[in-house]
Design a protein around this ligand. Sequence first.
Ligand code: CDT
Length: 314
Amino acid sequence: MSKVVVGVAQLGGIQSTDTRESVVARLIRLLEIAADRGSKLVVFPELTLTTFFPRYWFDQLSTVDKYFESEMPNEQVQPLFDRARELKVAFVFGYAELCPDGRRFNTAMAVDTDGSIAGTYRKIHLPGHSDKRETHYQHLEKRYFSVGDKGFPVFRVAGLNVGLAICNDRRWAETYRILALNGADIVAIGYNTPFSAVPGMDPEAHRAMSEHVLSVRAGAYQNALWVLAAGKSGVEDGQRLIGGSCVVAATGDVVSRAVGEGDEVVVAEYDSETAQQYRQELFNFGKHRQPHEYSIIATQADRSENVTHTNGSR
Ligand code: CDT
């Protein structure tokens, strides 16, 4: 049995004019609040260090390099690593990663309580588009990032099995199931979700929040694991992002949730027993899963004409 206090650190908007140093100072403050409340693990949002730059079109790809980190920890981020090590708090945070070979990824890193890097995840479900749209805010992740190449990894930090996912990944059932099969007890997710998220869709205002909460609750429940979801929120460069950063138990219940749209820490006591009943009975994967019937999931991306009609034709 393990009981550990865990936290999510929601960030109010980060403006294009904000420096890395000023953002890192905010992160350290949130880390200290979480540590003060007993947290051993803190999750920060996707692209924690900068504004969500994929909302902008840049003609030259090299222009976006200023939003990317070519090493980690670098000089600006080192104070966060140092403070976390002093406080003995593990953390997960997102950043734009520029590799020596020029590839760019939307990345999350897990850092253990001693300041050592446990590993990274590179976002697999990249939403949005790669072409230029005539709208003020766009969603150009497919232009600025490559699809992640590290699978869905689970790292041991703060004595916990923590799987990593990033933003849009939380809407896909495959993410949680693979992380669960990889041994995750907790899934750490950072996100940046605008109220009007999908170009071409104009949902009612409440839907972005409702879909976010639905996704993390369903992922937690159906896989008997906890979800720590940390978002950026409030107005960022004029675009409003949803908050709703939360801790979700393996029952699918939201046990703790941010109430505001600014910098805010939410903590809860993770209890491994919450998952045990589900893992022994209803969601006992070993007893009940039938992987031989699931091959289509790994071999087919889209809907196809697989419906068998009553006359036997397809
Ligand atoms: N950052 C990110 O993945 N955001 C998406 C919304 C945009 S969809 C074009 C999300 O799933 O929240």
